[in-house]
Design a protein around this ligand. Structure first.
Ligand code: FES
Ligand SMILES: [Fe+2]
Length: 399
């Protein structure tokens, strides 16, 4: 195998010119205090060139969640996917060590594997039959005698750095400036006393949205600002006045105490008219705390006692994204029962439907000539501005 390079195809010069233009035109200043800050400009939510720049500067230059380790149980187990517009191949080698490669044959760029997942004992390109072992080293090169200056050793698959946190595997296509653990900090420490080891993967649900990926992330990071207005069911269990947001280097935590079941029954709710929704939410959002972790740029972890779901936001184009929900539940106790799990997933789907609707409406209006940027609520939206700061600094080369 060969070590990866962070060079982009577009060429540095062209990218540099575009970035200069971006800086002059955007007016976005990531260094203002929150009280004076403005959002990124509206064209960043649909511009094709911004979308391409984001692939290189953001998605190819951050830790990206890629898979659960348990998805690759044996030597030769593999899965294929895409990140930052690049085809990725994740495979367990002979020692079951997980490795990530670009899924690109070094001969004429054919994909090594085409199916979404499976098991192989070597990687054989179906185009002209070059073979690679499970560590990416080039082994078989048919009919290549007489080729000069060809180094088999340096013609292996291009490997991508991979790191794990528990069962979760992440890749980094650029130059990682921090280990995965530091990047996620302080989430790993925070999760320790909360028994995440006891969670078991249950189900994946994916949603395709007609909005830029950042619209979805903005919606997630508004500090509960839209809970009462968009999510009447959730509003019944969240103690909105105590909703709190803390930002860290590459992560943020939004958390809220849950209303006790007694106060919910006493009618201490913001939206008492939504009894049916509220009942399902109350029965599945149990415990004392709701915690919503965001990891720059596109991964979220939502946790209630015994219940966790992750949201991976994958850009599919300037105005399209896919949000992949993975649901996990405790192996024991109430959350391990099928009824609880079905009801809990239904609640998440209801909340997601409400979010999707507003995200679509926002995306349409971002094209208006009568909206360019917005302001942030100091009380609520520090995490949203944190996201724009990280994003802006990455795009404007000010990291
Ligand atoms: S492209 Fe793979 S062997 Fe030719
Ligand atoms: Fe929401």
């Amino acid at each position: 195998m060969t070590t990866g390079s962070s060079d982009t195809k577009n060429g540095g010069k062209q990218e540099g010119r575009f970035q200069e233009l971006l800086i002059r035109q955007s007016g976005f200043n990531p260094d203002l205090p929150l009280a004076r800050a403005k959002t990124i400009p509206n064209h960043w939510y649909w511009d094709e060139e911004i979308y391409e720049l984001e692939k290189a500067k953001i998605f190819a230059n951050s830790w990206q969640w890629i898979a659960r380790e348990e998805e690759l149980p044996k030597p030769g187990s593999f899965l294929t996917t895409e990140r930052a517009g690049e085809p990725i191949l994740l495979i367990a080698d002979e020692n079951r060590m997980l490795r990530a490669f670009y899924n690109i044959c070094r001969h004429r760029a054919a994909p090594l594997l085409s199916s979404a997942c499976g098991e192989v004992n070597k990687l054989r390109c179906r185009y002209h039959g070059w073979t690679y072992d499970l560590r990416g080293a080039l082994r078989g090169v048919p009919e290549f005698d007489g080729v000069e200056d060809f180094c088999r050793e340096s013609s292996g698959l291009v490997e991508i750095p991979l790191d794990r946190w528990g069962n979760w595997c992440w890749i980094h296509q650029g130059q990682a400036t921090s280990t995965l653990k530091d990047y996620l900090s302080p989430l790993p420490e925070w999760s320790l006393p909360r028994n995440w080891d006891n969670l078991r993967f249950c189900k994946r649900v994916a949603y395709d949205l007609n909005c830029n990926w950042k619209v979805y992330v903005d919606n997630y990071l508004d500090g509960g600002y839209h809970v009462n207005t968009v999510h009447p069911g959730l509003a019944g269990v969240i103690n909105y006045s105590e909703y709190n947001t803390t930002i860290y280097s590459h992560t943020s935590l939004q958390s809220s105490p849950l209303k006790s079941s007694t106060s919910q029954k006493d009618g201490d709710r913001d939206n008492a008219g939504d009894d049916v929704d509220n009942k399902a939410v109350q029965q599945t959002r149990i415990g004392d705390l709701a915690a919503y972790w965001w990891i720059y740029p596109n991964f979220m972890i939502n946790w209630y006692q015994g219940v966790l779901d992750t949201n991976l936001v994958l850009p599919l184009g300037p105005e399209k994204c896919r949000v992949v929900f993975d649901f996990y539940f405790d192996r024991s106790g109430l959350a391990s029962t099928e009824d609880f799990q079905n009801q809990s997933i239904q609640v998440a789907e209801q909340i997601q439907d409400e979010d999707i609707q507003i995200c679509h409406e926002v995306q349409r209006n971002l094209h208006s000539r009568h909206y360019s940027t917005g302001r942030f609520s100091v009380r609520r939206e520090i995490a949203g501005y944190h996201f724009h700061q990280l994003l802006g600094r990455a795009l404007l080369n000010q990291e």
